[in-house]
Ligand binder design. Sequence first.
Ligand SMILES: [Ca+2]
Ligand SMILES: [Ca+2]
Length: 359
Amino acid sequence: MALIKHCWVLLLVLVIAFALQIIFFSPISPDILELPSATSSVSVPPSNNRLQKVIKLGEGLLQAPEDVAVDEKGTLYTATRDGWVRRLHRNGSWEDWIKLESSTLLGIATAKRGGLIVCDCEKGLLKFTDDGVTVLASHVHGSEIRYADDVIEASDGSLYFSVATTKFRFHDTHLDLLEAKPHGQLLKYDPSTEETSILLDGLYFANGVALSKDEAFLLVCETWRFRCLKHWLKGESKGKTEIFIENLPGGPDNINLAPDGSFWIALLQVVTEGTEFVHTSRALKLIISNFPKASELVLGGIKKKATVINVAADGSSIRKRFDDPNGTVISFVTSAVEFEDHLYLGSLNADFVGKLPLK
Ligand SMILES: [Ca+2]
Ligand SMILES: [Ca+2]
């Protein structure tokens, strides 16, 4: 009897030790993820397979081109996982333009006086020109900028850019989702003073940024909140922030202004179908975060489909929706840029840039 009792005590001690290990050594301190409401005021068009019609540009040459930008001459730029920024000239030829030792180049934007602004998760905000690479911003208020995600240039030369999370690195993105806390920021780089300041703090994975056609407001997407915020830069609401669109049918990644003033947003399947329960249990999150394969477990569904939407200039409606519902041709689309009646699509799970005719 004494032996059985000892065994039970030992088992209890082991269970307590295991639980303490999980709680104290977990890399996260999780909150519950707020999922989009089923009773949204914005109606969502039905899923379709329009994205399966994409033409593949630069197939095999481009490793996971997250973002795409087109300059005034019609040259298309993209940054890939091997550190290359490549460009496609109007004559159809690809050029290996500039290479950087980095696997974490994300959002890009063309600069009006030439060159390309590039976000790097490790180095910060960079400028690429024919002469090479310059670091524009590596710190804000004394802290390293670690997860610069997307950028846009205003006509006065100011650069607005997002920091997805100040807590986790690129390869630990799944931990930021599991933690579900607002570690994101929206920053501004002023070229006249070369200083960087914090415009907004406490964002749920700050991702795509875009300016309205008249530059009266700035949009920033919060991927883990299924919404995009509007921050006024001009007019009587200047300095105020409000919701632009919410309850999106996916986590918004990059956002781009369309020629007609509307916006293209790439939506990510951040909550894998059938695993919603993971995001509502703190205990489960603590356990999962300890596993080496946690990323696959949590974000595996992101590579299984692609969705792009077009949202009205005032955020009041979703006007168009294109999908590849099972990722047959393209998946994990992170960016959609409209240029001369075509959409150009970036993806973190493709070896090409997708081109979709809009007419
Ligand atoms: Ca961009
Ligand atoms: Ca992004």
